[in-house]
Design a protein around this ligand. Structure first.
Ligand code: C2E
Ligand code: MG
Ligand code: MG
Length: 760
């Protein structure tokens, strides 16, 4: 048996297993040896004081280094650890937890409620339970009591069950409130005992027969009964570690009354569920149950779905079941809402929240009672589909989800259509951990996304191979960054009248020792994912600035030459981006006005405030800002005004179609119109033909970039081009006539080759 106070499955399982060796000097009186490890003084003092008030024998430490000695010398039974924010510190705490024998003490992590992920991270690192740093004095004491009760049980496992239960009931009563009642439901004889407070909450008249579970069900809103029953069933068979559920009460005078149940299943020695003991709370006007803070450990407060922790737990038990005799199959469906960010940014976070809630509700309706639907993170959801063994069955389930999205969601009067991309992993004997299944389902989801809206993809051998290749690429990339294997190629950007090369765009190339020269499409995405793109961008920018300085010295006409570099979104959010660029400028000896940074629209829209601040700082250094691939992202006129942007780069996709596709032509015209009216410079990217070039000239574009002028060239090639161009008053003409000559030369060379081949 265990308590109802937020002790997750991990601890429950842990307590169920006898420790490898007995606890040193079992505590008999109240003086439980407690170590509080917390760098924050106030937290340290608060948690220590609460333990002292309960008679614990407390020591406090501010870092893991000194805490290690305290563990050695004092063998604490309770370890209270403040979960740090910084990954570096987290790693230190994890190492510390690994270094101590967890059989000897129960660990309680103090987490920051503003970082909900901390709870699962702490639990994964070995903590048995978590409590928010903001918990009230009383809540902290209660938690200590609960842990103390666990320790007491562990030290004398032979204590009679009745006694433990009395212990347990006492704890329950001690934390009860006006809106909070307890019940005890025997699954053996069906009796249901509720205390007076619970009777009041459920509005059961005095004198009515209360010792039957029906009275509880009767008090539940008819539409919520089936779901509650399925949750109870899942808890009874052990699929869910705790019974924790929020539901509406039967509509009486108050339509919106809601309640929350939180209970524990008690099993006999054979693991058979014999009782359910728990608390039921009416949710107050603010929408909170008295134990909401605790609840959030297992449930996502927004959608009320089980969270990642419960999901992992469920997956673990499904894997065990599947591996057992009779092998029980299952599948994992991983999905998110396409373009959820657009809704969040465009309509505001409240609407975003509302959408997530409504979305979760719709998906829940298509799930079967034994499936678990959990919110994984942000807009990502996972279904563990019970009994699903084939791709066909899994795909059928996915198509029910797609169908559920056929009608729009109503968000404060705005209708929003949502599409989902679904990735599926079907369990097979190679899967031993929840992480592997989730990873593969996630990979399949990305495959589905790349195939368009409303698509489903099942993880298969080809994807596994691809995943392995990505992993190899990742390792390769790490080496390449260390060895500086990246170098820029330079593509000229020319004035629309053709008279002058205005500058170059530096484009990353990877000089791979075995695979030769690789284009960004072959590595930038993975580099972004693993955070290496920042180093790559820096190497490219350093080299490009150094090169610009060298070229400008070549000729008087090149003094105004500019260099454009691409900045990835992850680079753009780095707080030290501007100082770094400043350093590069100084080292290469060029002015900010010669440098342009290219960012995509989404980078600016994703975090407008931060972007505004960054752009302001870049502006102080006189650096130009271009919006790359303009027209393909999500942008608004208001943003264009708000941000100080110099240049709009019209995306290749519009330029390439503008001569035969009315819509693309219209877009190009509109962007140019916009640029002129807002006083921004315009660049057409990907110009490949003379007719495109001339059409753009007529539409009044300022600058042209594309294969028609030149592909990106290695430094020597670009330098030759510059020398050639500066020898003429019209750079474009000089470049084109030279290319013509070299094309003719190549043709003649090929003809001669052919002659010889024929002669052979
Ligand atoms: P982008 O910044 O929009 O660069 C333009 C891309 O269009 C380049 O591809 C260029 O080679 C290609 N291009 C130029 N003219 C033509 C044309 O006439 N026709 C066609 N079909 N394509 C043309 P590339 O070099 O493969 O780069 C692709 C993307 O990779 C870039 O798009 C940019 O987003 C990213 N990238 C390149 N270098 C870097 C870098 O150093 N850092 C970061 N973060 N991203 C980079
Ligand atoms: Mg670019
Ligand atoms: Mg572009």
């Amino acid at each position: 048996m265990s308590s109802l106070f937020g002790l997750p499955g991990r601890l429950l399982q842990f307590l169920g297993t006898p420790p490898a060796h007995d606890i040193r000097a079992p505590t008999v009186d109240g003086s439980v040896r407690t170590l509080v490890l917390a760098p924050t003084v106030t937290i340290r003092q608060r948690f220590a004081a609460a333990a002292e008030a309960l008679g614990h024998d407390v020591v406090t430490r501010a870092n893991t280094w000194t805490a290690r000695f305290a563990v050695l010398h004092r063998a604490p039974e309770i370890l209270v650890v403040e979960w740090p924010e910084e990954p570096r510190h987290q790693r230190a705490v994890m190492r510390f937890l690994r270094s101590i024998d967890i059989h000897h003490c129960l660990t309680l992590a103090i987490t920051d409620p503003s970082r909900p992920d901390d709870v699962s991270e702490a639990l994964q690192a070995g903590a048995g339970d978590a409590i928010p740093a903001t918990a009230t004095e009383e809540a902290v004491r209660t938690r200590y009591e609960v842990i103390k009760a666990q320790i007491a049980r562990r030290t004398s496992r032979a204590r009679a069950t009745d006694e433990l239960e009395a212990d347990y009931q006492r704890l329950l009563q001690a934390t009860g409130t006006e809106t909070d009642g307890v019940f005890d439901w025997s699954l053996e004889d069906g009796t249901f005992t509720a205390d007076r407070r619970l009777q009041a909450i459920l509005e059961i008249e005095d004198g009515r027969e209360v010792n039957h579970p029906r009275i509880w069900m009767d008090a539940v809103h008819p539409d919520d009964r089936q779901h509650l029953e399925s949750v109870i069933r899942a808890t009874r068979i052990g699929s869910l570690p705790l019974l924790e559920h929020r539901f509406r009460l039967r509509p009486a005078d108050d339509e919106s009354a809601e309640a929350m149940v939180r209970a524990q299943v008690i099993r006999d020695d054979d693991g058979r569920a014999v009782r359910i003991v728990g608390r039921l709370s009416r949710i107050d006007d603010t929408g909170h149950a008295p134990f909401d803070a605790i609840t959030s450990v297992l449930h996502d407060p927004l959608t009320r779905l089980p969270n990642r922790l419960v999901l992992i737990d469920r997956l673990k038990s499904m894997i065990r079941l599947a591996q057992g005799p009779g092998g029980h199959p299952f599948a994992v469906l991983f999905f998110d809402l396409n373009r959820f960010k657009t809704v969040n940014d465009g309509l505001g976070h409240l609407c975003g929240d509302k959408l997530l809630r409504a979305f979760a509700e719709r998906v829940r309706c298509v799930c079967r009672p034994d499936d678990v639907l959990a919110r994984f993170a942000g807009d990502e959801f996972v279904i563990v589909a019970d009994g699903v063994a084939t791709s066909r069955d899994a795909a059928a389930m996915a198509s029910r989800i797609h169908q559920a999205m056929a009608s729009p969601f109503d968000l404060e009067g705005t209708e929003v259509f949502v599409s989902v991309s679904i990735g599926i992993a079907i369990w097979d004997a190679t899967y031993n951990s929840p992480d592997d299944l989730l990873r593969d389902a996630d990979t399949a989801m990305y495959r589905a996304k790349s195939q368009g809206r409303d698509k489903t993809s099942v993880f298969d051998e080809a994807m596994r191979r691809h995943a392995v290749e990505s992993l190899e690429l990742e390792n390769d990339l790490r080496r390449a960054v260390a060895w500086r294997e990246f170098r820029p190629h330079y593509q000229p950007i020319i004035t629309a009248d053709g008279t002058r090369i205005a500058g170059f765009e530096a484009l990353a190339r990877w000089d791979h020792p075995e695979r030769g020269l690789l284009a960004p499409a072959q590595f930038i995405r993975v580099a972004e994912e693993i955070g290496l793109v920042i180093a790559i961008d820096r190497q490219i920018a350093e080299e490009a600035c150094r090169q610009l300085r060298a070229w400008r010295g070549l000729h008087r006409r090149l003094e105004h030459l500019t260099m454009a570099v691409n900045i990835s979104s992850s680079q753009f959010v780095q707080p030290d981006l501007v100082p770094q660029i400043d350093l590069i400028l100084r080292q290469s000896g060029i002015y900010g006005s010669s440098l342009k940074v290219e960012v995509t629209e989404s980078v600016l829209m994703e975090n407008a405030e931060h972007a505004e601040h960054m752009l302001e700082q870049l502006r102080k250094l006189d650096i130009g800002i271009s919006i790359d691939d303009f027209g393909t992202g999500y942008s608004s006129l208001a943003y264009l005004r708000r941000f100080e942007i110099d240049t709009l780069k019209i995306d290749y996709s519009f330029v390439s179609r503008m001569l035969f596709d009315q819509e693309s032509a219209e877009i190009v015209r509109t962007i140019l119109h916009l640029a002129r009216n807002l006083g921004k410079e315009s660049v057409a990217e990907g110009v490949e033909t003379r007719s495109q070039f001339e059409a753009l000239q007529r539409l009044g574009v300022d600058l042209i970039q594309g294969y028609y002028v030149s592909p990106p060239l290695p430094a020597e090639g670009a330098q030759a081009l510059l020398q050639l161009a500066t020898a003429s008053s019209n750079h474009l003409q000089a470049i084109l006539s030279n290319r013509l000559r070299s094309d003719v030369r190549e043709t003649i060379d090929e003809d001669i080759d052919d002659l010889f081949t024929e002669a052979d």
